[in-house]
Structure formats: structure tokens, C-alpha cells
Design a protein around this ligand. Structure first.
Ligand code: HBI
Ligand code: FE
Length: 329
């Protein structure tokens, strides 16, 4: 076996990492929480001692890992009063800031959510309802997941207009900051923007570009993801606004991002890949990239994705919900 692997190496064939080509392939990706040791330690201090909370997290995670993408309904979770309290507390504080700091599109989408889902402000919404609504708007759907996915798996999902979403609520001792994605980040922060056509288009483009790329290219796409979908900002009538989910889910960072403390640069994927690959993951960002419109982002991202070095071309067929390649890999 060693001899074979050595000769394969000598051939220097580009090894294409596995990637999903049809929707049901997403059921095969690993549903594992990825955490560094120091992150796990922080979480341990926060809530690992709360046995009840831990038990609920396990149950909610189990439902997610048993779900298959062609099941009729996403898992329905019975949220506790405590969960609803945390959601309500965060939503109340955040929505006051959205009015002036979130971009027009986000505010429009949040208004739609309020109309569509009963008691959206007071009660944790069901992923199932939000997923059905998004599908009717832009064709996007939500897939429940037990925890943090690898960058590759997470970005690959976007190719199929699938956004992986956790279903648990952060612990009540940390309402204003989550060290890992929770439903407030995923559903309130990310969810609304997938009702916006341009935004969902460039998200899918990043996803398609991520299929089967080298680890090096994948890191670059993840950085572009961070500076747009996660921490993106835009300008409206000369004023700075936010559209990234990392900002929408954080009271502190939302106020800070439009202040003059951080640096603001015009969005440019090549500059990100050259100079800004080391962004903080668990801290407030020192720098944001700003766009003039979502159609500009779509153009810039599409230009970037077209020059990625990959031994094949991939396209998505929305009718068959399949990826087609221009040659076999
Ligand atoms: N996994 N469940 C989950 N939720 C995310 O928001 C998420 C993820 N894995 C990676 C990731 N986000 C991004 O930060 C990028 O690294 C792609
Ligand atoms: Fe996120």
C-alpha cells in the first residue's frame, strides 16, 4: 500500500477532495462539533456545569444528526421558557439597533419574518417554518446541524442553497455573546439575508467555487465568506451600514462597527486573500470591508471565483438540484 501511495505521489496528480454533487450527499457530511481546546475550555467555564442545559443540547443535536434532507419536516423543537426568554432579550436589544445600523435589505427581511412567523419577537422560531418561507422566496433552505461544521462542509452546502443551522439557544449566562453559533446567530443573524436575491446569489457562488478546491483555495474562500456574509458592511446614501450575520447577532459589535474605531476598506477579494487571512474568530474585528451594493459584490465574487485554479468547472442545475462537472474527476 505504501508503495502505491508513493507512486501516486510521484505522479503529482491533483487530488480532488470529496465533495457533494447531489442534494442527498449533504446527509453524508459529518455532523461534528469542531472546537479548539481553548474554545471548549471557555465553554466549560460558562455552561458545561449546567447539566440540564447540556442534556438539552445533546437531545437537540441528536435530532439534527438524524434528519435527512428529504424528510418532510425539519425537527420541531419544544423550546423552554428559558430559551424564549433569552431569544426575546436578545431580539429586543438587537432590533433597536437594526433600525439605524442594519442595511435596508436586512430591515425589510426582518419585517417579512415578523409578518410570517407568529410571535417572532417573543418565541424562538422553528427552523422548519423559516426554511419553508425562504424556499418560497429564493429557493434557499435550512438544514439542522448539531454544531460547528468544518469550513469545507459548511461552504459546500451553500452550493445547493443550503444553509446549515443549529437549533439550540445560547446559555442564559451569556446572552450578549456566543462563543459558537447558536440559533440567534444562525437564524436571526444569517436567516433574513437569504430572502434577498443578490445576497443569496453570491453566497451560492462562493459555495459552488468551494467544491473540490485545494485546502489553500478553501481558506481564501472562507476569508471572503468572513468579510461578506459574516462581517460584511455596506454604504447607503453615504452612511455605513451592516449586513453580516456576526454583526446582527452581537449588540456590542453592531454599535462598534459603524463607529470610527475600526478600519473600513472597500471590499476587494484579492486584497483579502493577499493581506487579511488572519482575522480574529472569537473577538471583535479590527477591520471591515464595505460594499456599495450587493450586485457589486456579486460581480467581484464571480470574477474572483472564475480565476480559481481547479481542474474542472462546476455548475448547479436548480431543477435537478445537482452539480454538473465539465469533466470527470
Ligand atoms: N458551522 N454550524 C456552523 N455554523 C456556522 O456559521 C459555521 C460553521 N462552520 C464554518 C463557518 N461557519 C464559517 O465561519 C466559515 O469558516 C466558512
Ligand atoms: Fe455565521
Amino acid at each position: 500500500l505504501e508503495a502505491i501511495s508513493q507512486s501516486v505521489e510521484q505522479l503529482k496528480l491533483p487530488v480532488v477532495p470529496w465533495f457533494p454533487q447531489q442534494l442527498s450527499d449533504l446527509d453524508g457530511i459529518e455532523n461534528l462539533t469542531i472546537q479548539t481546546e481553548s474554545e471548549a475550555q471557555k465553554l466549560e467555564l460558562l455552561y458545561f456545569k449546567d447539566k440540564n442545559y447540556q442534556k438539552r443540547r445533546k437531545l437537540i443535536g441528536l435530532a439534527a444528526s438524524q434528519y435527512k434532507i428529504n424528510d418532510k419536516s425539519l425537527p420541531i423543537i419544544e423550546y423552554t421558557d428559558n430559551d424564549n426568554y433569552v431569544w426575546d432579550y436578545c431580539f429586543t436589544r438587537l432590533s433597536k439597533l437594526y433600525k439605524n445600523i442594519a442595511c435596508e435589505e436586512f430591515n425589510w427581511a426582518i419585517d417579512q419574518f415578523k409578518k410570517q412567523f407568529s410571535n417572532f419577537e417573543q418565541k424562538v422560531p422553528q427552523l422548519n417554518d423559516v426554511s419553508i418561507y425562504l424556499q418560497s422566496q429564493t429557493g434557499w433552505r435550512l438544514k439542522p446541524v448539531a454544531g460547528m461544521l468544518s469550513k469545507r462542509e459548511f461552504l459546500n452546502g451553500l452550493a445547493f442553497k443550503v444553509f446549515h443551522c443549529v437549533q439550540y439557544v445560547r446559555h442564559h449566562s451569556v446572552p450578549l455573546y456566543a462563543y459558537e453559533p447558536d440559533i440567534i446567530h444562525d437564524l436571526l443573524g444569517h436567516g433574513p439575508m437569504f430572502a434577498i436575491q443578490d445576497f443569496s446569489d453570491f453566497s451560492q457562488q462562493l459555495g459552488i467555487a468551494s467544491l473540490g478546491v485545494s485546502d489553500e483555495e478553501l481558506e481564501k474562500l472562507a476569508a471572503i465568506y468572513m468579510y461578506t456574509i459574516e462581517f460584511g458592511m455596506c454604504r447607503e446614501k453615504g452612511q455605513l451600514k451592516a449586513y453580516g450575520a456576526g454583526l446582527m447577532g452581537s449588540v456590542n459589535e453592531l454599535e462598534y462597527c459603524v463607529s470610527d474605531k475600526p478600519q473600513h476598506l472597500p471590499f476587494n477579494p484579492y486584497v483579502i486573500c493577499r493581506d487579511h487571512m488572519n482575522y480574529p474568530l472569537n473577538a471583535i474585528q479590527p477591520l471591515y470591508f464595505v460594499v456599495d451594493s450587493f450586485s457589486d459584490v456579486t460581480k467581484l465574487i464571480s470574477d474572483y471565483c472564475n480565476q480559481i485554479n481547479r481542474p474542472f468547472n462546476a455548475t448547479y442545475n436548480s431543477k435537478q438540484q445537482r452539480i454538473f462537472l465539465d469533466k470527470e474527476v
